[in-house]
Design a binder for this molecule. Structure first.
Ligand code: ADP
Length: 468
């Protein structure tokens, strides 16, 4: 697997959770898997082993020197070290601004990953994730098309989020040593730019995305970000496989980051966790008996902040409390700060990335809100089900596939009014605690572990290899 993130080493979102947990689940299906990620500044090499010195990457006349480390993990996890390119504070940028050399960073990464596949782990399938790895299939189909090392090697490209496309001016083509032939509408050209995600879409043997509904949605103009045509052209090779949850990390029975534990059979500890959450966010004691909504999210346009801001005032007027944790675009961070400033004591916001707080919110809130404009899969609603924190979601992508009547509340139209309607319905349901507990327990008993999804990936790899 070639990815720009893998939990716990490098994480900004769901992609990291998937790449951090799917390999172990695949092992249980009989597959041998290794992962390759860049070694960012925040990744500590102390316990890693250097397994390859000075792996050169030539992009035209320019030579980049990388070294490969292996981190201790259940499966081989290779880190591509090249301090001038990856040894920075952010993964993709800082303070909401992308690094100007991302095209080089992820071209070198793609080449180094192919180096790992050549010298360290001879994979039959290269499973690539999102735009940061789109050059792997592109280089394989062009630069390395007659390289015997890669004869018969197949590629699977997984789209975790079509909204991030890796767009660069066409003038970077020679800088990243891509065959100019790739620059065409049914290749990597995208409205006058070079699109890294289209490297995956056009050149991978097969494509998939992270829920069946999102696989259909991205083939429509509404959700296709201009790529719906390219995706429809590959409809026969495009499937949807729902992400799984790592219940070893996300379970209220044994969550090391929770102040108390609970289970479907004994919910008492959840109130203790709520108490801690209320205290942590400085909410008043009254919140203990009122519906408390939790949010853990990247604060971006995708996640529905604008429609939430429209109706936050009405929600608090009806006695609903809200805690939110997130980080992202400064504009949306400001939205959240503004809501908290307007409704002190009822809306509390923490801007930042904090894993302990993410677990505390999952455990302590009564409901979990995801009003996403679009949502490829979404993991937090799946974790919420497990924690008895009833999801209130917009019916899109994976949210629609994982939440049903009886385990959560859904609204379809992207509007403040529709969101408010669903929150009101949830608050009314919360008023009958006996029925509410039944709903919590139904959600807690759902199984979204990797078992079924890992088997689907394993079967797909085998299909790519001609039914091996
Ligand atoms: P996305 O991948 O679009 O960000 P997902 O719901 O698929 O959304 O996955 C989000 C993952 O990132 C979850 O594990 C969630 O707990 C975590 N996460 C998101 N924002 C934060 C944050 N500010 N602090 C800690 N964890 C976060």
């Amino acid at each position: 697997m070639v990815s720009s993130e893998a939990a716990p080493l490098a994480k900004t979102g769901g992609l990291a959770d998937v790449v951090g947990s799917l390999p172990a689940a695949l092992r249980a299906c009989g597959d041998e898997v290794a992962v390759v990620i860049p070694r960012y500044g925040s990744v500590d090499l102390k316990s890693a082993r250097r397994v390859y010195d000075s792996l050169p990457v030539f992009l035209g006349p320019t030579r980049y020197v990388t070294s490969i480390y292996q981190a201790p993990a259940e499966f081989p996890c290779f880190l591509v070290d090249c301090p001038p390119l990856y040894g920075r504070k952010g993964f993709y940028g800082e303070s909401g601004v992308d690094y100007p050399d991302n095209h080089i960073r992820f071209a070198v990464f793609a080449r180094a990953a192919l180096g790992v596949a050549r010298f360290l782990f001879r994979a039959q399938v290269l499973h690539c994730h999102d735009w940061q790895t789109g050059l792997v299939p592109a280089y394989l189909q062009t630069t390395f098309s007659s390289d015997p090392t890669f004869l018969g090697v197949q590629t699977l490209f997984t789209i975790h989020n079509l909204g991030y496309q890796g767009l660069f001016p066409r003038t970077v083509l020679p800088e990243v040593a891509l065959d100019p032939a790739v620059y065409k509408p049914d290749g990597m050209e995208f409205f006058g730019h070079l699109s890294y995600i289209k490297g995956g879409i056009a050149f991978a043997t097969a494509l998939n995305t992270v829920s069946p509904t999102y696989a259909r949605e991205i083939q429509t103009p509404e959700y296709g970000f201009g790529m719906d045509g390219a995706l429809r052209a590959r409809a026969a090779d495009l499937t949807g496989i729902l992400n799984g949850a790592d219940y070893g990390v996300w379970s209220p029975e044994a969550d090391a980051l929770l102040p108390a534990h609970y289970s479907a059979a004994d919910l008492a500890g959840k109130r203790v966790v709520k108490q801690h959450l209320v205290a942590e966010f400085g909410l008043p004691e009254e919140a203990m008996d009122r519906p408390l909504i939790g949010i853990v999210s990247r604060f971006t346009r995708q996640k529905g902040t604008d429609i939430l801001a429209e109706v936050a005032g009405q929600m608090v007027a009806e006695g609903i409390y809200l805690v939110a944790l997130g980080t992202g675009d400064p504009e949306y961070e400001e939205f959240f700060r503004g809501m908290a400033a307007e409704h002190p004591g009822q809306i509390a916001v923490r801007v930042g990335f904090d894993n302990r707080l993410a677990h505390l919110i999952e455990g302590g809130a009564d409901m979990f809100l995801m009003p996403s404009r679009y949502e490829p899969c979404g993991l937090n609603q799946i974790y919420s089900l497990r924690y008895g924190t009833v999801p209130v979601v917009r019916a899109t992508g994976g949210l629609d596939d994982t939440i049903e009547e009886g385990t959560g509340f859904k609204f379809r139209e992207y509007s403040g009014a529709a969101l408010l309607g669903a929150v009101r319905e949830a608050a009314r349901a919360f008023g009958n605690q006996d029925l509410w507990r039944e709903m919590m327990v139904r959600g807690m008993q759902k199984d979204f572990s990797w078992k079924a999804s890992a088997a689907a990936y394993s079967a797909l790899y085998r299909r790519l290899l001609g039914g091996l």
